[in-house]
Design a protein around this ligand. Structure first.
Ligand SMILES: Cc1ncc(COP(=O)(O)O)c(C=O)c1O
Length: 470
């Protein structure tokens, strides 16, 4: 058939279809007017379903837990311990509602958020580059301080390159989310931070957890599952944010090599904390930093600003610069945060005595707490020491009671930790004094005993009802 004939045929068919459509519309219209004249109604389009209005957000099932928390607090006469307003910078002490408190609720581990040099660097960056870079770095370009910070972090971790993001949380979500794919496997410590897990879910890879810091359990998962998947990523933290302990990194490296997996280590609470000069869990164990494929960290803890980073080889960082959604489709790290982080990193390198002081303070807190009979789980006594309380109502009560005596330490309750593992989490910094630490531990132990004795039948019942959901 010639092209001309084929075109003619198609045109003919299109004209015929149009005619049919017009006729059928005409017939439908005629039927509707006959029906109307006889007093009957005909639905306009029978195949279009009618939808109810969108529900109110407060009727969503996830809002139920918000209502429940409010009613439990009301039932036990407790105030909301979260989102408290502080009138200044949080350090070893803080001012809130006009009162001074000894503070254990913020992670400025080396006191760098208190340092004039960090604030000055941030202010100078605002004067020169403004408060924002005003678009993604791909579009609005880089400022010299971006590359300077990335180079400094890459050198600190003895890796080839680094990429910084506007948020620590987004760093994990974007990196894990883009690197892993549907036929891959992610094996993660059960206490891994939410951001790594959200990234894993986004990737659609198969996810398997192993019992906290139990490397036999890790090997079992790898042995049973590694062969079924294309690529494999092991996700751990350098120092766990809830329990304050750390993994046996050399053994994890052996396993990752044996099973042909990548290893990603989140250094959020380990940078500036572990190792003689604060280079984290890698320095603590004296491993070759290049044996860890992905070093992740946040700028929001030790470095006193806000944002996150990934350090690794050129291939990894190049891939993230081109594909990672939190980098490509998000604004570049703002000038004051970039310059502030760089100044803080320089101070960390120049003054390792801060790291030593933090480590001494952490050990002192741990020893005192153990002597006082407090349950500190497996905390290694560095930046994070939990004090287990058990019942969430009791944990909130303990926070309230400590506040009455000038101590700010916040509860961690379900769903952040299992229902019966409610605790107060103490963040230790290099700026705390031994007196502040001893006083706080002593008071915590005293108050916990008093609160436990006073625990009402109602509280015991509430915990028993809640317990099966652990
Ligand atoms: C282990 C860990 N990773 C990642 C993050 C997220 O970091 P950011 O709060 O800086 O977004 C946190 C936050 O506390 C964390 O504890």
């Amino acid at each position: 058939m010639t092209t001309q004939r084929a075109t003619k045929m198609v045109e003919g068919q299109a004209a015929w279809l149009n005619a049919v459509e017009r006729t059928s519309a005409g017939l439908k219209g005629a039927a509707r007017s006959i029906a109307n004249s006889l007093g009957a109604t005909v639905p306009l389009e029978e195949h279009e379903p009618i939808y109810p209005p969108a529900p109110s957000f407060s009727d969503l099932h996830i809002y139920a837990s918000v209502k429940k928390a409010n009613s439990v607090r009301a039932m036990f006469g407790l105030k909301n311990p979260f989102n408290r307003v502080h009138e200044g910078r949080l350090g070893a002490t803080t001012m809130s509602e006009g009162r001074e408190f000894i503070n254990f609720a913020s992670y400025d581990y080396l006191g760098l958020n208190q340092e004039p040099a960090v604030a000055e660097a941030a202010k100078a960056a605002i004067d020169r580059y403004g408060t924002s870079v005003s678009a993604s770095r791909l579009v609005a370009g880089e400022r010299p301080i971006h590359r300077a910070l990335e180079r400094a972090l890459a050198d600190f971790y003895d890796t080839e390159d680094c990429i910084v993001y506007v948020s620590g949380h987004a760093t994990n979500v974007s990196t894990v989310g883009i690197l892993m794919e549907q036929d891959d496997l992610i094996v993660y410590d059960e206490l891994m931070h939410n951001s790594g897990i959200v990234g894993g879910k986004l990737s659609r890879a198969t996810m398997k957890s192993f019992a906290h810091n139990n490397l036999e359990a890790l090997e079992k998962v790898l042995k049973e599952n590694r062969g079924k998947h294309k690529n494999c990523l092991i996700l751990i933290e350098g120092l766990y944010s809830m329990d304050g302990d750390f993994p046996d990194l050399p053994r994890v490296i052996e396993l990752k090599k044996k099973y042909g997996a990548w290893l990603m280590c989140d250094e959020a609470h380990s940078l500036g904390v572990l190792g003689k000069t604060g280079r984290g869990v890698g320095e603590h164990f004296g491993v070759n930093f290049r044996d860890v494929d992905i070093w992740m960290g946040t700028l929001s803890k030790t470095l006193g600003t806000c944002g996150g980073y990934i350090c690794g080889n050129h291939g990894l960082i190049d891939l993230l610069r081109h594909h990672s959604p939190g980098y490509v489709y998000s604004v570049g790290l703002s000038p004051p945060l970039t310059a502030g982080s760089l100044a803080a990193l320089e101070l960390l390198k120049a003054e390792p005595q801060r790291v030593k002081k933090l480590q001494e303070n952490g050990q002192l807190f741990l020893e005192e707490a153990r002597k006082a009979g407090l349950d500190v789980l497996t905390s290694a006594g560095y930046s994070v020491v939990p004090v287990i309380v058990g019942c969430p109502v009791r944990a909130v009560r303990l926070t309230e009671s400590l506040m009455e005596d000038g101590i700010n330490a916040l509860p961690i309750i379900f769903p952040a930790v299992p229902m019966k593992a409610a605790r107060l989490r103490f963040f230790i910094t290099s700026r705390h004094t031994p007196e502040q630490i001893r006083h706080t531990v002593k008071l915590t132990a005293q108050k916990l005993t008093t609160i436990a004795k006073k625990q009402s039948m109602l509280e015991r019942a509430a915990l028993a009802v809640a317990a099966p959901r652990d």
